[in-house]
Design a binder for this molecule. Structure first.
Ligand SMILES: [Fe+2]
Length: 596
């Protein structure tokens, strides 16, 4: 996400930090806190926990990191270190948590080539069925993970419920959203739509509340720019107890956004990538490699559909109830449009409707967010019959007009790093949704990145224009808040220095103005952090928002309180056939059925 306030300062400080990172990298003396990084490794072979992911009707990916026990006089095989020999790992999948009824098992080798991470795509499982899995190696056994296959059986309709999360900045706060998710027992999966890690270091570029310095520090201590750095950055997340707990209870479906590489990334660069950090493509390749090693992500078939670069986008199905299209919008996107006064760099809050050249660039049909091949694939999916087409998306699809004050200018603005910055693509996709007959079902876009909670109608929109109050709704978009990353509240608090008093200012300055200028916005909370619960039935899709408590004088930043759990705040829904948002009566009840 684009920072709302400290752009010039941030750029200036980053240059110094980046230079320092390169200097230390060159001398192989990067400031790894080796002792802290090694702690989970010292906890045993499986100190980084376990995870499962990408469940289909018959398969699920299981994951762990198997640290080889250190031999006397030899260094510990910490993540990114390249140390440690190969380790034979045994895995088991059972129908019960005590492993009395083992249905699948096998052996796999953990090696330094993949940072001793292990991923097994367990196939031949039964649909909509719960399983337990574990690993063992070197005489040690991992924690037991619970997972399940997808509620995807032809001609059957089952419950479908998942947690939607985004933007989990380790230095930004405690992962209480993950802890809350781990306490649920009604999820088919957790959907993370991007910014699972952030690339920033602990120096002048540190991102998040200052009071957590020394309590929740990034590793490596400097910006992640190479394979070693990204591997270790992923590892500190997998060492976090709340993160481990949330992976332990359900499979995850994940896709990266910008920060898994660098802020506001596009095809050939990023806002937070400087020349002195090396070639961007090389950096991105390292980031992708670490992501694939450390996440329970199944690489989709590269030959199945046309794409550019590496295909990451994929689709899951849930009988005739729904499909879930996971899109990827960073690898091939055109460079962002910047403010005419040069106040942004690779995207940000920029004026709209005042500078003809800027407006023309925003609407330019040669600029793309997903590559055209992926756009065709997304549109094809929406045209298939299903009650619901769910789309796991990174940046907001709906057009949103912000008060210029958010970007420090007068008039109306938009965020050029969102679909609003690629208006030809935005209009093409929304128009395609609008053109679908009733039997093609309805579209629900599920989004992250913007560190705030939203429920909005998707209004029909032509590139270069803003819909009016008489807009035509064609579908809906739910946006989940960040787990910990700075949102609009923190932006206003930083700008004004008002602390908890900024809550009211956020609500009046930002929320009211956005809702006035974008009347299709039905719900917008710029203060809370947490997650959204998404529940899908043939009749409606509902999102329940679980947010951290409002900041107060006694607790000005709940993210720094390890006990500040997100709690239920609001519910919004879309009724089948309505293609718009409506209020829901209250939080969702029990599931209609559960996996075998
Ligand atoms: Fe983010």
């Amino acid at each position: 996400m684009t920072e709302t306030t400290t752009h010039p300062t941030r750029r200036t400080v980053l240059k110094g930090a980046a230079a320092a990172a390169v200097m230390t990298a060159v001398g192989e003396l990067r400031m790894f806190d080796a002792e802290a990084a090694a702690a989970p490794a010292h906890k045993g072979v499986f100190g980084y926990g376990i995870a499962s992911g990408d469940p289909t009707a018959n398969a699920v990916v299981i994951w762990t990191r198997a640290t080889p026990p250190a031999k006397k006089g030899q260094p510990v095989a910490t993540p990114g270190s390249g140390h440690g020999g190969p380790l034979q790992v045994t895995w088991q999948v059972a129908r019960d948590p005590k492993f009395k009824h083992i249905v699948k098992h096998g052996k796999v080798k953990a090696t330094a080539a993949h940072d001793h991470t292990v991923k097994v795509d367990v196939k031949g499982l039964q649909p909509y069925t719960r399983y337990w899995y574990r690993f063992s190696a070197a005489g040690q056994t991992s924690a037991v993970g619970q997972t399940q296959t997808a509620p995807d059986v032809a001609d059957e309709t089952h419950a479908l419920r998942f947690a939607l999360v985004t933007c989990s900045n380790y230095t930004g706060g405690y992962f209480t959203a993950y802890r809350a998710i781990a306490q649920r027992n009604d999820l088919d999966f957790v959907l993370h739509v991007g910014d699972y890690i952030y690339e920033y270091g602990n120096g002048a570029d540190r991102y998040g509340p200052k009071s957590l310095k020394g309590k929740r520090d990034a590793q490596p201590a400097t910006e992640a720019i190479d394979l070693k750095g990204y591997r270790l950055r992923h590892a500190i997340h997998k060492a976090d107890p709340d993160q481990q707990a949330a992976h332990k209870i359900a499979p995850w479906i994940t896709i990266f956004d910008d920060h898994e590489v660098a802020n506001n990334s596009w095809a050939s660069g990023a806002e937070n990538h400087q020349k002195d950090e090396g070639a961007y493509r090389k950096r991105r390749q390292a980031a992708y490699q670490a992501y694939m090693e450390w996440m329970p992500f199944r690489m989709p078939d590269q030959d199945e559909v046309p794409h550019r670069g590496t295909r990451f986008f994929k689709r899951f199905t849930y009988g005739s109830l729904a499909d879930l299209t996971i899109i990827e919008t960073r690898q091939n996107r055109s460079k962002q449009v910047d403010a005419p006064d040069g106040s942004t760099h690779d995207g940000g809050f920029i004026p709209f409707g005042t500078d003809p050249a800027t407006d023309a660039a925003l609407a330019d049909p040669s600029r793309h967010l997903p590559e055209p091949e992926q756009m065709t694939w997304i549109k094809d999916g929406i045209s298939q019959p299903a009650t619901w087409h769910l789309i796991g998306n990174q940046t907001m699809l709906a057009p949103i007009r912000y008060p210029g004050s958010v970007g420090g200018f007068t008039g109306v603005g938009l965020n050029s790093d969102q679909w609003d910055g690629y208006q030809a693509d935005q209009s093409e996709l929304i128009s395609h949704i609008a053109a679908q007959p009733a039997e093609a079902g309805d579209v629900v876009v599920l989004t992250g990145d913007i560190h705030s909670s939203w429920a909005v109608d998707l209004p029909a929109v032509a590139a270069g224009t803003t819909p009016g109050a008489d807009y035509t709704p064609v579908g809906v978009e739910f946006v989940t808040p960040s787990v910990t990353s700075d949102g609009f509240y923190e932006g206003v608090a930083d700008r004004t220095g008002y602390g908890p008093g900024a809550v009211a200012l956020t609500n009046t300055l930002v929320v009211t103005s956005v809702k006035t200028q974008s009347p299709w916005v039905k719900y917008f909370d710029g203060v809370g952090h947490g997650y959204a619960l998404v529940d899908v039935t043939p009749d409606r899709v509902q999102a329940d928002f679980f947010l951290t408590p409002e900041p107060t004088a006694a607790r000005p930043d709940p993210r720094t309180d390890p006990k500040a759990m997100p709690t239920y705040q609001a519910s919004w829904q879309t009724v089948a056939g309505s293609r718009r948002i409506s209020a829901a009566d209250g939080p969702v009840g029990a599931r209609s059925d559960s996996p075998a």
